[in-house]
Ligand binder design. Structure first.
Ligand code: AMP
Length: 281
């Protein structure tokens, strides 16, 4: 497996594979790989001949007060893990390579990004859709793999691909969790032991919501309140949002029906965690 840092080299490496009809899978990541990322890489390796894993902490998706500088990085470790999971290349460009001086072009999905994480992180999805479009242009993958963990991101990217006629199939993979249910995330490394233990409440509250719905509850407010109440039993938890929305347009629901996304964003200390579940009623 090779680690490639230049866009030109990355393109050249893929020309001959494409010419002989090999399928290319792309797994975009910000690195510091964990089992969640590796599940995407393994899936990509099953379904494609070539797997490119991008490792790029994308500055344009971080707000000015966010954790761009602190974000954990270790590309040597990432390379070993990615190779084991079946990656062919790691694409690891510098910020200057991706955003040279005088860079001024952005891709924006306008409405789906106004809610949930888009509301608390203005500009975040614009950074995501811009870098993902650049990666699609550089790699020209047949398939690209994203985690359900970032539910709004998958919906925004699918919309971008449809709206801009981008020639790539988006594959969404299930959330990989730790034993206590917490969704794996590179940001979990920021948590103190106490915060880490308390953060397990997120998955528990989603399970409780699932149970309420299974038992026939259809009132969104009742479920939202129950989730909030459970999360607030943890003294380190500070809720950003608890939302029950339609999976298709991310608009809030009052009475549950169809495909529902229950999405949470909660801060534990300085660390903002997200989690979600999709339920069809
Ligand atoms: P990130 O490096 O956090 O930008 O994540 C890169 C990709 O991995 C995104 O598509 C995420 O949704 C996905 N991902 C992150 N954590 C998980 C997880 N716990 N389970 C499944 N996919 C994940």
């Amino acid at each position: 497996m090779e680690v490639i840092t230049r866009i030109d080299t990355m393109r050249e490496k893929l020309i001959s594979s494409r010419q002989v009809g090999q399928k290319i899978g792309l797994v975009p990541t910000m690195g510091f790989l964990h089992d969640g990322h590796l599940s995407l890489i393994r899936k990509a390796a099953q379904e494609n001949d070539i797997v490119v894993v991008s490792v790029f902490v994308n500055p344009t998706q971080f707000g000015p007060q966010e954790d761009y500088e602190e974000y954990p990085r270790n590309v040597e470790r990432d390379a070993l893990l990615a190779e084991e999971a079946g990656a062919t290349f790691i694409f690891h460009p510098s910020v200057e390579e991706m955003y040279p001086e005088n860079y001024e072009t952005y891709v924006e999905v306008t409405d789906l990004t106004k809610v949930l994480c888009g509301r608390s992180r203005p500009g975040h999805f614009r950074g995501v859709t811009t870098v993902v479009t650049k990666l699609f242009n550089i790699i020209q993958p047949d398939r690209a793999y994203f985690g359900q963990k970032d539910a709004q991101q998958t919906i925004v990217i699918q919309k971008m691909v449809r709206d801009l006629n981008q020639n790539v199939k988006i594959c969404v993979c299930p959330i990989v969790r730790e034993k206590d249910g917490i969704a794996m995330s590179s940001r979990n490394t920021y948590l103190t032991n106490e915060e880490r233990m308390q953060a397990a409440v997120l998955h528990k509250s989603l399970e409780m919501a699932q149970k309420m719905i299974d038992e026939g509850e259809r009132d969104a407010k009742t479920i939202t309140k129950a989730i909030e109440k459970q999360i607030c039993t943890m003294e380190k938890a500070y809720i950003d949002y608890v939302a029950l929305v339609s999976l298709h347009n991310l608009q809030p629901l009052t009475v549950l029906s169809g495909d529902i996304l229950i999405a949470l964003a909660v801060k534990f200390g300085a660390t903002r965690l997200i989690d979600n579940v999709i339920i069809t009623v």
